[in-house]
Design a protein around this ligand. Structure first.
Ligand SMILES: [Zn+2]
Length: 132
């Protein structure tokens, strides 16, 4: 992946994680340009398959494309930041992120978005007016 593509992804995302929405500037960590559909599954380096993700979201997502909806037990496709509209699947209930659809619930659960340490971080960001 070349530098120009990485810069385009970072700029398109306004330097925020495209899953949980935290800003890169306050994370203290460099965010990852991740393959939404992993290379292992034939995903490309095209812009439409790339997303900016914080390390927590990226590490928890890994190469997964689906997960188990915690409410229904159904195998469910994960949120795709370039095809899906965030607000159709999630809502912020600071500092929590709630899934409104199967895709939203499954993504929140698989990416462990409401881990206590992540809630503490988002609460701090929320109090600073930097999230959501
Ligand atoms: Zn994230």
């Amino acid at each position: 992946m070349n530098r120009a593509i990485i810069d385009q992804v970072r700029q398109r995302a306004s330097e925020r994680c495209e899953y949980c929405g935290i800003p890169e500037t306050d994370s203290g960590l460099r965010f990852h340009v991740e393959h939404i559909i992993a290379c292992q599954h034939g995903g490309s380096d095209e812009l439409g398959n790339l997303a900016l993700a914080c390390p927590d979201c990226n590490w928890n997502k890994g190469t997964n494309l689906t997960g188990i909806d915690p409410d229904t037990g159904d195998v469910t496709v994960l949120f795709h930041p370039q095809r899906d509209a965030w607000r159709e699947h999630f809502q912020n209930d600071p500092p929590r992120i709630k899934g409104d659809t199967g895709t939203g619930r499954t993504t929140v659960w698989l990416l462990n978005m409401n881990h206590p340490l992540r809630l503490r971080h988002r609460l701090w960001l929320w109090q600073l007016g930097e999230w959501p």
